[in-house]
Design a binder for this molecule. Structure first.
Ligand code: BUJ
Length: 655
């Protein structure tokens, strides 16, 4: 049954009733939650399938913003026809399938399929990165020290999760009431089947944690037509890449306990001191390209030497990949290039995540996206940052371990044939061309901040989304299809929903701000901004509650495609237009994150990562020049933020 989710992991504790917590030594634990990690998983609410009429109304509202009147009339007719024909039939089938599959969500399988069947390279197209804020203590920024501490904290996170002792993910609406010991003591007494409702009573929303089993010991394996996710929790080794070479060493001992931090440090040091020149044929280049090509090359590689397949398996099942770079970028654009794509030789984009450290100790996570979303990765990321910056295990002064690292660290070698040598060269030059086609730029803006926006009684995110709309309209004189990623992790096996943040309200506001023929007063502009904020907040709430339209239509289309006939509604050029995302946006704010980013999803679009915090407003934008101009866009963003600020300060911006 193709509807079966692919989240079950061999050996995972997700469904287990065994108490693993007693089997783990305290030294291997980040903390000991009194509420079991998986306490809420069984009672999480199910992602609703919206009503078809609501979906169509929401769809039309978004279409209205980007279509001409003539196009819109056609689309209205297409919707009408869909609603009186294929639509309800497909919808009914989707609802029936969803009822049959209560253990998951209706979006889970189509979403995995969307990721895993795409043949385009993972690098730029899918893998995002988030970079850690520097450690305030310079001595902890040493590459060896920070890498060791981050590896140890990552392992402690993994062990805590697997012992069912990691604090469950909960969105606290009123943290002062529910992020408390009293709350925890109350909910832990509730039976698993109803625990969610108890939390809900406190307005605390437990989040789906079904993606966590794929964080560690996991990879994506290239297969023809559709890749596979693979996890093997029995492996005890870490994968390390440096200078295009692969190394492994055990980070868990035979009992599964974490190897002593100074021993891990010694092994990493041994790798950092390895003087061998970069490989002439860097294998890693193979996984940067088209997935079908990589699938063929992987088969070729497995057949080229007796040990190759086993060696590939050691890469696949390693707890995660630690990447050690030999250079020290300082400019934010160069930092983005390092963490978003690197050199294509010292990276392994298939791993569930790569922990990358530059020579001067900057660190980031670059993650494969099929298996999971920002919520799980950010939780891991925040915990690692918190522990390494407050309770690091090793220091520059840590005594050397009495261990012969050469006996523990294994350099991975592959046998290559002439075809592979040639294909590695091709893959590397394809990669170079690919990343050269990417443009990027960033903005750090300090004139106003998150608290300032809140004092204006507006939603900070909506103001930033308005700034993005204003910038694009300023640059191109039109409104573009816009996507803002919103988590639906409040539901069992929820993933994301799209907030369509280009609305009639933002269009009107852009017109008032930018059209020289319009002469609004400050009050008019303020009112327009308030309207944008209200509507955007409403759309965000709806999306988080699973009441967007994108995933519903996506699932209906997926179902129709599987049945072999696509309704006309999905062939409407306007449907394609709305799904040709020009402004692909995503935000996250955490003191642990200094910068992050991802690729534009269309050749003529922008990939806009942004943060709105008290210390700054920041944007990190990618594109494919010359179709668009990212530096011009950054200038437009700055000007838009200045204009918004002028209005906040009770003055009229210049046109
Ligand atoms: O929507 C989805 O299903 C997943 C999305 C896909 N897409 C990226 C295409 C929108 N994935 C995510 O949203 C995860 C993205 C994680 C990276 C976010 C980066 C945020 C950057 C913040 C820092 C910016 C500050 C710059 C200062 C110079």
């Amino acid at each position: 049954n193709s509807y079966r989710p692919q989240t079950k992991v061999a050996g995972s504790r997700e469904d287990s009733k065994i108490n693993y917590s007693t089997l783990v030594a305290d030294k291997d634990l980040l903390h000991k939650s009194i509420v079991p990690t998986n306490h809420f998983q069984w009672s999480l609410p199910r992602l609703p399938v919206p009503k078809l009429e609501d979906t169509c109304q929401r769809y039309l509202k978004s279409q209205q913003v980007i279509l001409s009147d003539q196009e819109y009339s056609k689309t209205e007719a297409a919707v009408k026809q869909f609603l009186s024909g294929d639509g309800p039939v497909l919808h009914k089938e989707l609802v029936a399938m969803d009822k049959e599959n209560k253990q998951t969500s209706y979006i889970s399988e189509p979403w995995f399929e969307m990721y895993l069947a795409d043949r385009r390279p993972l690098v730029i197209n899918y893998n995002p990165f988030i970079a850690f804020t520097d450690d305030s203590k310079p001595e902890n920024m040493n590459q060896l020290v920070r890498a060791t501490n981050m590896v140890v904290s990552s392992l402690r996170f993994m062990k805590t999760y697997r012992a069912n002792l990691l604090e469950p993910d909960i969105f606290h609406l009123y943290p002062e009431k529910s992020d408390t010991l009293q709350f925890r003591k109350f909910v832990r007494l509730l039976p698993r089947a109803v625990s969610f409702y108890g939390a809900y009573w406190y307005k605390a929303f437990p989040l789906d944690m079904s993606q966590y089993p794929r964080l560690f010991n996991s990879t994506r394996i290239p297969r023809h037509e559709k890749d596979q996710l693979f996890t093997d929790v029995t492996a005890k080794h870490l994968l390390v890449l440096r200078n295009g070479h692969f190394y492994i060493f055990d980070v868990l001992d035979k009992n599964g306990s974490i190897v002593a931090p100074n021993v891990i440090m010694s092994h990493i040091n041994y790798i950092l001191e390895d003087k061998r020149p970069p490989p002439e044929y860097p294998i890693a280049a193979l996984c940067t390209g088209n997935r079908d090509k990589w699938a063929s090359n992987r088969i070729q590689l497995a057949n080229a030497g007796v040990m190759n397949e086993k060696t590939l398996k050691l890469i696949d099942n390693a707890v995660f990949a630690l990447i050690l770079d030999d250079h020290s970028p300082t400019d934010p654009n160069e930092i983005t290039r390092t963490f978003l794509h690197g050199d294509g030789v010292n990276r392994w984009f298939d791993k569930s995540f790569q922990l990358i450290l530059t020579k001067d100790g900057r660190a980031a996570v670059n993650f494969e996206h099929a298996w999971g979303d920002g919520v799980a990765v950010l939780r891991y990321f925040n915990e690692v940052w918190k522990e390494t910056t407050t309770k690091p295990f090793v220091h520059l002064t840590t005594p050397k371990a009495m261990v012969d690292s050469s006996a523990h660290v294994q350099h991975l070698d592959f046998m290559l044939d002439p075809i592979l040598r040639e294909n590695i060269k091709i893959a590397k030059s394809d990669f170079d061309r690919h990343v050269k086609s990417v443009g990027l730029d960033h903005l750090e803006y300090q004139t106003f901040n998150k608290s300032y926006i809140k004092k204006q009684k507006l939603s900070p995110d909506s103001v930033l989304q308005l700034a993005i709309q204003l910038a694009y309209t300023r640059q191109y004189g039109k409104t573009a299809a816009t996507y803002e990623s919103c988590s639906t992790a409040a539901f069992r096996h929820g993933r994301t929903e799209t907030v369509r943040s280009a609305t009639m309200a933002t269009k009107t506001a852009c017109d008032l701000f930018l059209n020289p023929k319009k002469n609004p007063t400050v009050a008019d502009l303020r009112a327009a901004m308030l309207e944008c904020s209200n509507i955007h907040s409403q759309l965000t709430k709806e999306a988080a509650m699973g009441q967007g339209f994108d995933r519903h239509l996506f699932a209906l289309k997926h179902l129709a495609q599987n049945k072999g006939s696509l309704p006309d509604f999905f062939k409407d050029p306007s449907y394609a237009k709305l799904n040709h995302i020009i402004l692909s946006t995503s935000t996250l704010s955490s003191p642990a994150v200094v910068i992050g980013g991802f690729g534009a999803v269309t050749p003529d679009g922008y990939g806009v990562g942004y943060a709105v915090e008290d210390s700054r407003i920041g944007f990190n934008v990618t594109n494919y020049p010359p179709a668009t101009d990212v530096h011009g866009f950054i200038n437009c963003l700055r000007q838009s933020l200045d204009d918004i600020y002028t209005v906040f300060e009770g003055k009229l911006p210049k046109k």
